[in-house]
Design a protein around this ligand. Structure first.
Ligand code: ZN
Length: 70
């Protein structure tokens, strides 16, 4: 399957950070990869999950113990 590489169509939404409560957190839908990425510039919170299965691909919670979900 050949896929020409172009910029992925990304939809973004401002949300409240689930970690620190900051309103500058953003959620991005990366349609090419079927992933949803939630990130917060205030506390470096990061959550990447699959938009189809809701499985967590990668998660980073800076204020708690650094834990990576395999
Ligand atoms: Zn935050």
């Amino acid at each position: 399957m050949k896929r020409h590489t172009t910029l992925s169509p990304i939809r973004a939404q401002n949300i409240c950070c689930p970690n620190c409560g900051s309103r500058s957190a953003e959620r991005h839908w990366i349609e090419d990869e079927n992933t949803v990425r939630t990130q917060c510039p205030e506390c470096d919170y990061l959550l990447i999950s699959c938009s189809l299965t809701a499985n967590v691909v990668e998660a980073y919670f800076p204020s708690s113990t650094c834990e990576k979900v395999a």
